[in-house]
Design a protein around this ligand. Structure first.
Ligand code: CA
Length: 240
């Protein structure tokens, strides 16, 4: 699912706290997030900002969620995941008269939401393979296979580039050595998982300010590695 983690999600939700919480959690998962607090703004952004998926509250000031989907469907087939506070709306949603693709009844867990979002993105295959990856100050051009850090070109071997791309694509997630080995070196590669460690060390020397206290490529002891784009402090469960 190349590029899945960079899908753009539009949240249309008038409840400030919920909208912000959704935004934070989706961003944590690597999604790009747009927001709208009312139906009219939401429809305008859904039509003009080409999101990959819309999270849509039903009860909105002004234009409600159902009217919004009706209007949206005249111009767009973007997948819509309805967020409904009331099970009484369920029949209408499930009947898909609404034109929505899926629904969640509030309250829902973040895990459930993320799972539905990913499933819907996969199902509707609207995820485009993008030719660039970005993570904080790092940029990777997947066509020319050039990487830059704070605008300065990095000199990476083809394998280092692929490894960094794989880590960035799944930023925030813990990737095991075996998984990285199969994805970066190929399914048939019979090498030692420590090959991954060696390449990670080389990569750290090129991208980290302090390779012995890495900020981007974190070691998750006994498992593998996790790419962290921001400058947040290391989690307690990680050691370098
Ligand atoms: Ca609402």
């Amino acid at each position: 699912m190349a590029g899945e983690d960079k899908a753009r999600i539009l949240i249309i939700e008038d409840e400030d706290a919920l909208r912000e919480s959704l935004k934070i959690n989706l961003k944590k998962q690597g999604f790009k997030v747009l927001t709208a607090a009312d139906g009219e703004t939401g429809l305008e952004k859904a039509l003009n900002k080409s999101p990959d998926l819309v999270l849509l509250d039903v009860m909105l000031p002004g234009m409600d969620g159902f009217s919004l989907v009706n209007a949206l469907r005249k111009h767009s087939d973007v997948p819509v995941l309805i967020l409904s506070a009331r099970t009484s709306e369920l029949d209408r949603i499930v009947g898909l008269e609404s034109g929505a693709d899926d629904y969640l009844i509030k309250p829902f867990s973040v895990g459930e939401l993320i799972a539905r979002v990913r499933a819907l993105l996969r199902r509707t295959q609207r995820v485009t393979v993008r030719d660039r990856l970005e993570a904080g100050p790092l940029q990777l051009d997947l066509v020319s296979r050039q990487a830059t850090l704070r605008g300065k070109p990095l000199s990476l071997s083809p394998r280092e580039f692929s490894l960094l791309a794989e880590l960035i694509r799944h930023q925030g997630a813990v990737l095991s050595r075996d998984l990285l080995l199969s994805r970066v070196w190929g399914m048939d590669y019979m090498g030692d998982p420590r090959t991954v460690d060696v390449h990670v060390r080389w990569l750290r020397e090129k991208i980290e300010d302090n390779p012995s206290q890495p900020r981007f490529i974190r070691t998750v002891r006994g498992v593998g590695y996790r790419f962290v784009p921001g400058e947040e402090a290391e989690d307690a469960d990680e050691e370098v």
